[in-house]
Design a protein around this ligand. Structure first.
Ligand code: SAH
Ligand code: SF4
Length: 393
């Protein structure tokens, strides 16, 4: 096997965030404390601030209102003041594609003209929204399309919450005033599995998830939010303590040699270091199980020996293993494992006592499956040869 040569982080161009023109502050994504401070600064008397936060919060996140004029329990002058200083804005939908299987992919435009993708996956009795935390990703996992995109910028908390709001808009999911409460939720789960490494944008991801989890608004329980990370060890305990959501780990290999090639951040925090950190997660976050994501790459990580090593490695960690058949993208240097191989692999894991669901690729016809996301207009693409050589192939 060749020596690994992929850099941990790619040679990216980080893009500064452009402030919106017009100088209005967007209220979307502010935590309750930040909203309170903003309202006081705009002239809200301190004594009223808490009540105003509650009222505005409910309009924005429970009813989905975007216009201050509709906030009928606020005095007219106060609504005018709010309108002068603030806005309630979400990313703009550039395109929406609907797959044969009902999966929807949105391309959203954010400040500065950059773009991110969001995927909605309807299932029976639930629906999962896959959101992005960065434009692109600074890491270089060799099987991931997003990792080849050179432009990277962290999303703001508002842009992260905004993705959830855009999906609710499109699905027409905001409650109707006066109508009976509808308990079925179209967006019932959120996964941070879109573009970007969420733990490299920790503060914004945390603040955004606090907004999404808040019981007076969108109100998704922390158990319905899953954050997927490539293994940014120093931020994992913080995720448990400050967000408390479920955790998924992009594990993908059972030896450091192979993981170094697939997930180069392994060179910084190797398998042993990562697993030691994970042993504490369920206790710290009160969550039951960690999901280990494992992409099935033909002849790379899919042998019986790999499956056996995997169950040995994670022994003692409450876990389930999510097998992801590799999704191809143009220039990808890998192939999907054969179906019989994936099933044999799953069987070994299952017999060792772990749930081992195989993730059905969804939305492949619109390039919406895991690892296929990449902003169409920002394809500063590397060549196949370059990707292969960086992956040590
Ligand atoms: N950056 C985070 C979250 C985004 S990726 C992370 O790496 O965890 C979501 C999942 O899709 C990860 O497990 C990732 O490794 C996997 N993935 C990336 N590219 C893929 C591909 N081409 N086929 C299948 N899964 C892929
Ligand atoms: Fe980034 Fe995740 Fe893709 Fe790796 S798999 S390059 S961490 S988005």
């Amino acid at each position: 096997m060749n020596t690994p040569s992929a850099p941990i982080t790619q040679d990216v161009h980080t893009i500064p965030r452009k402030l919106p023109e017009g100088g209005k502050v967007n209220l979307v994504g502010l935590t309750r404390e930040q909203l309170r401070d903003a309202l006081i600064e705009a002239g809200t008397p301190e004594k009223q601030a808490k009540m105003r936060v509650g009222q505005i919060w409910q309009w924005v996140y429970h009813w989905g209102v975007r216009d201050f004029a509709q906030m009928t329990n606020l005095a007219k002058d106060y609504r005018a003041l709010l309108d002068e200083k603030f806005e309630i804005s979400v990313p703009e939908v550039v395109t929406k594609q609907v797959s044969m299987d009902g999966t929807r992919k949105y391309l959203l435009r954010i400040a500065g003209g950059h773009e991110v993708e969001v995927v909605y996956i309807p299932e029976e009795n639930r629906g999962t929204l896959c959101i992005s935390s960065q434009v692109g990703c600074t890491l270089t996992c060799s099987f991931c399309h997003t990792g080849t995109q050179k432009l990277v910028r962290n999303l703001t908390a508002g842009e992260i919450v905004g993705q959830v709001m855009v999906a609710r808009d499109d699905l027409d999911e905001w409650p109707q005033q006066g109508a009976p409460k509808d308990e079925t939720r179209l967006v019932s789960n959120v996964v941070l599995m879109g573009m970007g490494e969420p733990l490299y944008n920790f503060d914004n991801v945390r603040d955004a998830m606090k907004v999404v989890m808040d019981g007076e608004g969108i109100s998704l329980s922390r158990r319905r939010i899953t954050l997927s990370t490539s293994g940014i060890v120093p931020e994992i305990a913080k995720t448990a303590e400050e967000i408390g959501c479920l955790l998924a780990i992009s594990f993908h290999a059972t030896t450091d040699e192979v993981r170094d090639r697939l997930v180069p951040v392994n060179k910084k925090w190797n398998i042993e270091t990562l697993l030691n950190t994970l042993r504490d997660y369920p206790r710290l976050s009160n969550s039951e199980r960690i999901t280990f994501e494992y992409v099935m790459l033909k002849d790379v990580n899919d042998s019986d020996a790999d499956a056996k090593r995997l169950v040995k490695l994670i022994r003692g960690i409450p876990a389930k293993i999510n097998l992801i058949p590799f999704n191809e993208w143009p220039g990808a240097p890998y192939q999907r494992s054969d179906w019989e191989r994936i099933e044999a692999f799953a069987d070994i894991i299952y017999k060792a006592g772990y749930a081992s669901p195989i993730r059905t690729p969804r939305g492949e016809d619109i390039m919406a499956a895991c690892g296929q996301l990449k902003s169409a207009t920002e394809r500063a693409r590397k060549s196949k040869a370059q990707i292969a050589s960086e992956a040590g192939l």
